[in-house]
Ligand binder design. Structure first.
Ligand code: COI
Length: 370
């Protein structure tokens, strides 16, 4: 049973094109976040769902958060026909909520869907969904610096069958979680010399769930060695740095910033792009280039490379305390979280609207009275 959002929220929301299920208001009213949020452990009380059938998207729906039904034979489960996004809503430096560069996430979701031959979620549907979640959950958005509402839009094939072709039915959903920053403290990175994450021409540039599954064996091996995360090298020569499993890498070399150029296999991070723009704006020289791992290790040993860090939506910007090679040799940069701390604060201040936003990156979202 559903009412339209216009009936629930009044004339101001009359243009909205999605339905609101019964139970949404109660779910929002009854939600109380615990003090400890973790990352993805606490679910926001509502979620958005739209279904693709007969070649078109149906009307979206805001429903209470909970389990969904999916056929066991669905292509998403059988053939990993699933792409996703991650973006954050903030409510620290201003009374109302805002999103950070959401259009970049829509564009990447579009590219991911195209790479997997899935239907594109239109820009209008994407914004309807993320703004419905942020607007409805505005009271669930943490107000402490460093905390936010993490949004997880995802698109998956729901048709059952083993024929190796795309599903003809899909579902687009957005779930959300009030979160703390994904990781804290310097990471201990394991250089992965055996497995590869992605090859040029593969799906590395798409935010395909399968990429993350493919990274887990190396992550587990790293953790078993007392390290934090694996660092991936290119698939052809295992020579050039690509990325960490869910973050892009930067190094400070000779006082300038260096990051691997997008090589056709690296995921183009929104935070990576934001940092490059912001660092240049702050007067730093930034190089996007092919970075050989052995060269970086030599530069750490010589002291020319003073600092290494990683960035991503979840972690924002996370220092790297050491890189460890297969032979267990450790490479420790002289500095940890020096340039990185300055960039993190500069970026976070824009994201949280504690500082001016010279790039027009933040997008305010109207709270919904549901
Ligand atoms: C993100 O930073 O949003 C990601 O998708 C990475 C994931 C490992 C948390």
């Amino acid at each position: 049973m559903h009412t339209s959002v216009a009936e629930v929220a009044g004339a101001a929301k009359a243009a909205a094109g999605f339905d609101v299920a019964l139970g949404v208001s109660a779910a929002l009213r009854n939600f109380k976040a615990p003090d400890k949020l973790g990352f993805g452990l606490v679910a926001a009380p509502v979620m958005f769902s739209a279904v693709w059938t007969d070649g078109a998207w149906g009307r979206g729906e805001l429903v209470p958060y909970g389990p969904i039904e999916i056929l066991p034979g669905a292509r998403a489960l059988q053939y990993a026909e699933l792409v996703f996004e991650g973006l954050k809503a903030y409510k620290v430096g201003a009374a109302g909520p805002s999103l950070f560069r959401p259009r970049e996430n829509w564009q990447r979701l579009k590219r991911s869907a195209e790479r997997l031959s899935m239907p594109v979620v239109s820009e209008a549907l994407f914004f309807e969904a993320v703004e419905a979640i942020v607007g409805a959950c505005h009271r669930c958005i943490p107000q402490e610096s460093g905390r936010s509402l993490y949004l997880r839009p995802f698109l998956f094939g729901t048709e059952a069958g083993y024929l190796l072709r795309n599903s003809t039915t899909f579902r687009f959903m957005v779930i959300a979680n009030p979160v703390e920053i994904y990781s804290s403290g310097p990471m201990r990175v394991a250089i992965e010399r055996d497995d590869v994450r992605a090859a040029v021409g593969g799906v590395g540039t798409a935010k395909a769930a399968a990429n993350y599954a493919a990274s887990l064996r190396a992550s587990n091996a790293a953790v078993a060695r007392g390290l934090t995360v694996a660092l991936w090298l290119d698939a052809r020569e295992q020579r050039f740095i690509q990325e960490l499993s869910g973050m892009n890498l930067f190094a400070v070399i000779g006082g300038e910033l260096h990051t691997p150029a997008l090589d056709g296999a690296i995921l183009p991070g929104v935070t990576r792009d934001s940092l490059i723009t912001l660092a240049r704006h702050l007067g730093l020289v930034v190089h996007e280039r092919a970075m050989a791992i052995d060269e970086l290790l030599a530069q750490i040993l010589s002291g020319e490379c003073t600092e290494v860090f990683a960035c991503g939506t979840a972690a924002i910007l996370s220092p790297i305390g050491q890189l460890t090679d297969r032979d267990r040799r450790e490479y420790v940069p002289n500095k940890i979280d020096a340039v990185a701390a300055q960039l993190r604060e500069a970026l976070l201040a824009i994201q949280e609207r504690r500082a001016a936003d010279p790039f027009g990156w933040t997008r305010e979202v109207a709270p919904l009275a549901l």
